[in-house]
Write a protein that binds this ligand. Structure first.
Ligand SMILES: [Zn+2]
Ligand SMILES: [Zn+2]
Length: 407
């Protein structure tokens, strides 16, 4: 019963609010702010939430907002949007072109922010009408692109007491009105490594009196990725690829140090956790065989976003409830990274891909200065996020007459 009413309530809400949300997005688009510098954006969000009678709380750095809607002892569901822009030049010829040189909302975070703002306003109305069976935590997260904003939110207790979390991202390869879903990993991990090798150098006429460092480094460059591919499940697609190597300065002199840098990409969460120790031990064994000293600097990026199956079912049910049958489309795991992954290391949840392409229109790509969306996606996103929060609360909440009526 509630599920059927929801669509009509969303129609009525968006008939009044959609234009404001599009204007809000365009304002953010004209004033993009980079990671951990989203002061104006934060202010705009907090002001609008407060005007709706909510009590937003700005994170201690002054960027990012957390705000609870509803109260009581019921379950808590979190909805997250990222709010930062990219250090790219806006190349679009539109009235809402970026007014800040070298900054652009080229990853659609202005859309995510507007979607979550609209969802917040709708949920505030639901709470005021006594229709929210629990609490929804709205997380306007700074600095996704750094990355690091998710860890900042978590350090501030942003997901403590939260049972389940949902988020979405613009997908310019999916038509507006559709939502891409997938259980399991949906993005990938990407880390950076730096290997430094050292050993006694000397004349190339007498390599046996040196560590023959360039030869040893070459062995590490080829044997490390090869050994790795035999030590982890091939389905995890753990791959080490070198991008930079430096050693020596003359054709007839063996140097005493060298360096190689590369990335470690991975589709699988368990393999990602095991990667640093495994690479370190393989490096030591290859370097040891050639008599050179080797050190490893391993810099973590983000883990893969791994969608929880139950949460994906909730998203699918909510999407069909809000957008109609056929709105859910399958999506593939991408090789990109997304710091929403950090939340899912602690609590269950799911990340959706929101279609932003005009049917028969151009396909843009994110992280390009030409990226733009069909703005109808904003109201679609509000429908999906609002329905998802309510569906999740109905399903994890205590069985009451409202809950049993919609099952
Ligand atoms: Zn991005
Ligand atoms: Zn993004």
């Amino acid at each position: 019963m509630r599920g059927r009413e929801l669509r009509g309530e969303l129609d009525a809400f968006l008939a009044e609010t959609e234009q404001e949300l599009v204007a809000f997005r365009r304002d953010l688009h004209m004033h993009p702010e980079l990671a951990f510098a989203e002061y104006r954006t934060t202010q705009k969000i907090a002001e609008r939430l407060a005007a709706a009678g909510l009590r937003p709380s700005v994170l201690p750095r002054g960027t990012g907002v957390i705000c609870d809607v509803g109260s009581g002892d019921g379950p808590t569901v979190a909805l997250r949007a990222d709010i930062d822009a990219l250090p790219l030049q806006d190349e679009k010829d539109v009235p809402y072109h970026s007014t800040t040189a070298g900054s652009c909302h080229a990853c659609g975070h202005d859309v995510h922010t507007s979607v979550l703002l609209g969802t917040s306003l709708f949920l505030a109305q639901q709470a005021a009408a006594g229709l929210l069976p629990g609490r929804v935590r709205l997380i306007f997260q700074p600095a996704e692109e750094l990355p690091g904003g998710a860890l900042e939110v978590m350090a501030q207790g942003g997901i403590s007491g939260v049972d389940r979390i949902f988020g979405l991202h613009c997908d310019p390869r999916v038509d507006v009105g559709q939502v891409g879903l997938r259980s399991g990993p949906i993005t990938s991990a990407c880390d950076k490594i730096v290997v430094r090798v050292s050993g006694p150098g000397g004349h190339t006429a007498r390599p046996h009196l040196t560590a023959d460092l360039v030869f040893a480094l070459a062995k590490i460059l080829t044997e490390l990725p090869a050994a790795l591919s035999r030590r982890v499940d091939p389905r995890s697609s753990l791959s080490l690829v070198w991008g930079k190597v430096e050693a020596g300065s003359a054709a007839n002199a063996i140097p005493d140090d060298g360096v190689a840098e590369g990335t470690v990409r991975c589709l699988d969460e368990n393999a990602w956790h095991a990667a640093p120790d495994l690479i370190k031990s393989l490096l030591e064994s290859v370097a040891g065989a050639y008599g050179v000293e080797a050190t490893l600097d391993y810099t973590r990026g983000v883990p893969p976003v791994v969608n929880d199956e139950v949460s994906v079912e909730m998203l699918a049910e909510a999407t069909e409830r809000a957008l109609g049958a056929g709105a859910v489309v399958p999506t593939q795991q991408s090789l990109g990274g997304e710091d929403f992954a950090w939340y899912l290391e602690s609590i269950p949840g799911a990340f959706a891909r929101l279609g932003t392409r005009s049917p028969d229109g151009l396909t843009y790509d994110i992280h390009q200065g030409t990226f733009d969306v069909d703005e109808a996606c904003i109201s679609m996103g509000v429908r999906v996020m609002a329905a998802t929060a309510l569906t999740a609360l109905w399903e994890v909440g205590p069985l009451d007459p409202i809950t049993s009526a919609i099952v």
